[in-house]
Design a protein around this ligand. Structure first.
Ligand SMILES: Cc1ncc(COP(=O)(O)O)c(C=O)c1O
Length: 440
């Protein structure tokens, strides 16, 4: 029996990528950094590749190396490096690495020498975000150095790229300005003899709304996981993550009863309280106290009182809610239940942060669907999934993830990265490792 879980619909990830792919002539780089926005980097990557992605994008060298250790051999771009990292490991692992400054280019040249291999480099131009990348003023010097290193056979300039400021606000003036600056940057690159095979700037929002930004490669992240980057639009995407828990207990209390720390909620009349075992250690923002929406007993409720580390309380009135009933924090919203977007609105953040928080906690992460799983052809049960191995989904319909080679048992699910213990009744928790597939 289970207490709380985060379920990931791998088929939704695959289908979201397939739909992004269908909307462009460019190749698709699925961005799987941040543990796949909380969905699990490796299963998400595999599902995205099954949907037609041909590249993977990550922020850090370690994320890129973890993809390689798991046996994923598609092109991978890693873009955020402080000085002094073992970038030669990245070059040796055939990762594409970003250079947005002369200093980083120099590091990549040295990394290539040390790895005895030509470093695959993407030169980044800052077209207005003022984050990574060379400014327009710095760009010619970076190009000059890159052209020389390329002529010397030390690097291969695979890409020239940039990143949008505000593509999630279609029509915002920065979009056209950045596209113009990117085109200028490419023209300058050409003057230095640099004609990269991949020019890329489009994130999810631009992939969905600005075909003129697609160039040779698009880099969607949030849309891969079925969430929209643009408020009020779904683009037909399907949210892949559901967070839910089973009620731990219910109790009748009188009118005037204060609830949870600080008694910031007081019952108006005699009522039933339901205790839901998920708290801020699991991803529920404390800022959602007295505000977060939860689906329970076929109705949307609002959290009563403070969000605690491990639990929240719902006031369900006289509804026949019982211990063991399932409370859904968010999901695809099919049954009128809350979505990650609803949560983002409540705590004044973005859906990205909601799913990333929920995916990176002690709550077991379980996988539904077969996309990208080697064992999918043999998965059993009512839609059961065996991600990455011959795992029997049992009756519950799903099992995961890469590297598992045991029966998911009666619960029909097991998870996830870096497992170091028995799944028991068919479930296994996480150790917090990014790595999967037995690689570490
Ligand atoms: C450089 C870069 N490219 C692409 C993405 C994907 O963005 P989105 O999730 O908005 O599609 C990100 C994510 O922040 C990023 O940092």
């Amino acid at each position: 029996m289970w207490q709380a879980e985060v379920r990931i619909d791998l088929d939704a990830i695959r289908d979201n990528v397939a739909s992004l792919r269908a909307g462009t002539t460019a190749e698709v780089m699925a961005v799987v950094k941040g543990d796949g926005y909380g969905h699990g980097m490796l299963p998400s990557a595999r599902a995205a590749l099954a949907g037609g992605a041909t590249w993977l994008g990550v922020a850090t060298l370690d994320e890129g190396l973890a993809l390689r250790r798991a046996g994923l051999d598609v092109p991978v771009l890693a873009w955020l490096h402080s000085p002094g990292l073992p970038l030669h490991d990245g070059v040796a692992a055939d990762l594409d690495l970003n250079a947005g400054s002369l200093e980083m280019l120099d590091e990549l040249v040295r990394a290539g020498r040390r790895a005895e291999r030509t470093a695959r480099v993407h030169l980044k131009i800052d077209t207005g975000l003022s984050r990574g990348g060379a400014t327009a003023a710095e760009w010619p010097a970076l190009l000059e150095a890159a052209a020389k290193a390329q002529a010397d056979g030390e690097i291969d300039v695979v890409g020239v790229w940039s990143h949008f400021v505000y593509a999630d606000a279609p029509g915002h003036e920065t979009i056209d300005h950045q596209l113009a600056a990117f085109a200028d940057g490419l023209a300058v690159a050409e003057r230095f003899g640099i004609a990269p095979r991949y020019r890329h700037i489009a994130n999810s929002a631009a992939t969905l709304t600005r075909p003129d930004s697609h160039y040779d490669l698009v880099r969607p992240g949030i849309a891969v996981y079925g969430l929209s980057p643009v408020q009020g639009e779904t683009f037909g995407l399907r949210p892949a993550m559901t967070a839910r828990a089973r009620v731990a207990l219910t109790k009748r209390v009188p009118a005037g009863q204060g609830v949870s720390y600080g008694h910031t909620y007081v019952t108006e009349r005699e009522t039933t309280l339901a205790l839901v075992p998920l708290g801020y250690a699991d991803g529920v923002p404390r800022a959602a106290s007295n505000a977060g929406p939860v689906q329970l007993g076929g109705k949307r409720r609002t959290i009563a009182g403070r969000v605690c580390m491990d639990q929240i309380v719902l006031d369900v009135g006289d509804d026949p809610v019982a211990a063991g009933d399932v409370a859904t924090i968010f999901g695809p919203g099919d049954d009128g239940g809350p979505t990650a977007d609803d949560w983002a609105a409540v705590v004044d953040t973005i859906n990205y942060e909601i799913v990333t928080r929920f995916g990176s906690t002690r709550v077991p992460r379980l996988y539904d669907g077969a996309a990208g799983t080697e064992g999918s052809a043999t998965a059993t049960g009512d839609g059961g999934t065996a991600a990455g191995g011959p795992v029997n989904g049992g009756d519950g319909g799903s099992a995961s993830v890469a590297g598992l080679d045991r029966d998911a048992g009666d619960g029909g699910s097991a998870s996830v990265a870096g497992l170091d213990r028995d799944a028991g009744d068919g479930r296994a928790g996480r150790t917090g490792e990014v790595d999967m597939g037995g690689a570490s």
